[in-house]
Design a binder for this molecule. Sequence first.
Ligand SMILES: Cc1cc2nc3c(=O)[nH]c(=O)nc-3n(C[C@H](O)[C@H](O)[C@H](O)COP(=O)(O)O)c2cc1C
Length: 238
Amino acid sequence: MSEMLDAPALVPDDEATDALERILRSRWSCRAFTPEPVPRSEIARILELARRSPSWCNTQPWHVHVTEAAGTARLRDALCSAVAAGGEPAPDIAFPESYDGVYRERRQISGWQLYDSLGIDKGDRAASRRQTLRNFDLFDAPHVAIVTTERALGAYGAVDCGIFVSNFVLAAHSRGVATIPQAALATQAPLLREHLGLPPERQVLLGISFGYPDVGHPVNGYRTERQALEELVTFVAD
Ligand SMILES: Cc1cc2nc3c(=O)[nH]c(=O)nc-3n(C[C@H](O)[C@H](O)[C@H](O)COP(=O)(O)O)c2cc1C
């Protein structure tokens, strides 16, 4: 029988809100890292925080394979070789069928921001392809966390893992560690499955490259917008 605790009264804690707000407002997806490794103790601290994530029935379906040192180099080489060899993307979890309407618009805007930061002209397919390929060299990050979920838990298992990913990137940011979640890595699920020895019941969700940011790199110099509150909420009062 687990220990029973009195639920503490919840009161607004401005200091905590400010700290959380600072983290949420300042985090961004990093696309250029320095080679300096993150100490194992710091990685463990980030994971310690992320593991507090809620999940349906507390199933905690997430698992991460975190690469370090030669482990990162070996995986990076394998990914780059697989992509260079061509072949169709083969994610374990189906990618969006299309981006229409407002989703297409938001996707375009963030893409243009990315290309602008790098001086890539609209329509320069060769340069944008080169930037896409940077996903597979992990943007030079010293680490990648490959996040997998449990196949039988379906969409809600993936939701739980998404919450874990969110808490991982926020916890990392609070420790001065930059991150980027990458669905692009899921295109190489067959390679990742083999490389990491994943059993059939596990599905690759995405990878998170992480490390210390190359702060002078222009690709790290822009920030994305968000929709207005009125757009994202519908209050139902009666
Ligand atoms: C599930 C998920 C998958 C993503 N996949 C990629 C990716 O493959 N490559 C990439 O450059 N960015 C990827 N991103 C980063 C998004 O482009 C980024 O989060 C979004 O544009 C908002 O910008 P911000 O993270 O800087 O606030 C991904 C983000 C999420 C949450």
